[in-house]
Design a binder for this molecule. Structure first.
Ligand code: PMP
Length: 303
C-alpha cells in the first residue's frame, strides 16, 4: 500500500490525499499522454531540502515541450507549490511525483482542446530497490528499450513506461531484482527506472541518450561526483558483454539512488566495489547537505 500523506496539489489547489481524482475518460489514462518527474527531498541539518529541484522542474518542462503539452502553470508556480506541499505534509524526507497530463474532454487520438492537468504528490519512500547492500542481480531483458524514433525517449513520458513495466515484471518473475535493456540496435541502454554505469580500470562508462536512455539527473550527479574524485567518466555506446567483464557495475536514479550490481545474467561481478562505494558515499553526503561543494543542489523547505 502507498504510504499516504495528508494532501496532494492538483490543478492549483491543495486537496486531501483521497480526493485527488480523475475521470475514467481521462485522455492520459487511455493513451499515455503525460509526463512525469520523480524528485527526492532529504533530511539535512537545516531541515528538509529538495535535491536538484530546478533541474527536475526543467526536465518536466522539457518533457512537456517535447510531447506538445502546454504547461498551464509556470515553473516558478510549480516550484513554490512543491516546496509548500512538502512543508504542509510535514515530511522530513520524501519522494515527490510531478505529473502533467491530458485530462477529460476528448476520446480521439488528437486531443484537440482537452485540458492539461497537473498534480504534485509526496510520500515517504524508502530504498526503492529494497535492501541491495550486497548488490542487485540483473538480467538482460527480452524487451528492447524504446527507440528514440518510436517515442521521444528524451521526454520522461508516461506511456513509454509500459516498456519498463514489462521488463521489470519479466525480471522479477525470473527471480532477478531488476532488468537492463538493450537499444533497438543492441547497445546497452538503461534499467527500468535507473541509468547504468560500469567501472573498468578506474574509469566510469555510461550509455548515451541516443541508446534510448533517459538523461538522468542522478547520472549527471554521478558525473560531477566522479569528476571531483578524479575519476574519468565516458558517455559512450557499450555492449552487454561489457557488463559481464566490468570491475564494478552500479545503477543510478532518484528513487533507487546509487545501487551496486552483483551479477548480470548470472555472471558474478562481485559485491559493492570500492569505486561504487566512493560514489555512493559522496552522493549520500551531497544529498544530506554534508558537503559544501554541492549546497547549490539543495533547496531548503521552510516549514
Ligand atoms: N531511466 C529511467 C527509465 C527512469 O525512470 C529514471 C528515473 N527517473 C532514470 C533513468 C534515472 O533518472 P533520474 O536520475 O533523473 O531519476
Amino acid at each position: 500500500a502507498l504510504p499516504e500523506a495528508e494532501s496532494i496539489w492538483m490543478d492549483g489547489a491543495v486537496v486531501p490525499w483521497h480526493e485527488a481524482r480523475v475521470h475514467v475518460l481521462t485522455h492520459a489514462l487511455h493513451y499515455g499522454t503525460g509526463v512525469l518527474e520523480g524528485t527526492r527531498a532529504y533530511a539535512t541539518d537545516a531541515g528538509p531540502a529538495v535535491f536538484r529541484l530546478d533541474d527536475h522542474l526543467a526536465r518536466l518542462a522539457r518533457s512537456a515541450h517535447i510531447i506538445g503539452l502546454p504547461l498551464p502553470h509556470s515553473v516558478e508556480q510549480l516550484r513554490a507549490a512543491t516546496l509548500d506541499l512538502v512543508a504542509a505534509n510535514g515530511h522530513s524526507s520524501c519522494y515527490i511525483r510531478h505529473l502533467v497530463f491530458l485530462g477529460y474532454g476528448s476520446m480521439g487520438i488528437n486531443p484537440g482542446t482537452t485540458p492539461v492537468q497537473v498534480s504534485i504528490a509526496t510520500w515517504e519512500w524508502g530504498a526503492y530497490l529494497g535492501d541491495a547492500s550486497q548488490g542487485a542481480r540483473l538480467m538482460t531483458s527480452s524487451w528492447r528499450r524504446n527507440d528514440p524514433n518510436v517515442v521521444p525517449t528524451a521526454a520522461k513520458a508516461t506511456g513509454p513506461y509500459l516498456n519498463s513495466v514489462l521488463a521489470k515484471a519479466e525480471a522479477l518473475r525470473a527471480g532477478y531484482d531488476e532488468a537492463v535493456l538493450l537499444s533497438a540496435t543492441g547497445y546497452l541502454s538503461e534499467c527500468t527506472g535507473e541509468n547504468i554505469f560500469l567501472v573498468r580500470d578506474g574509469q566510469l562508462f555510461t550509455p548515451p541518450s541516443s541508446a534510448g536512455a533517459l538523461e538522468g539527473i542522478t547520472q549527471d550527479t554521478v558525473r560531477r561526483l566522479a569528476d571531483d574524485l578524479g575519476l574519468p567518466v565516458h558517455t559512450t555506446n557499450l555492449l552487454r558483454s561489457d557488463l559481464y567483464t566490468a570491475d564494478e557495475v552500479f545503477m543510478s536514479g532518484t528513487a533507487a539512488e546509487i545501487v551496486p550490481v552483483r551479477s548480470v545474467d548470472d555472471r558474478e561481478i562481485g559485491g559493492p566495489g570500492p569505486i561504487t562505494e566512493k560514489i555512493r558515499d559522496a552522493f549520500t553526503a551531497a544529498v544530506h547537505g554534508r558537503d559544501d561543494r554541492y549546497r547549490d543542489w539543495l533547496t531548503p523547505v521552510h516549514r
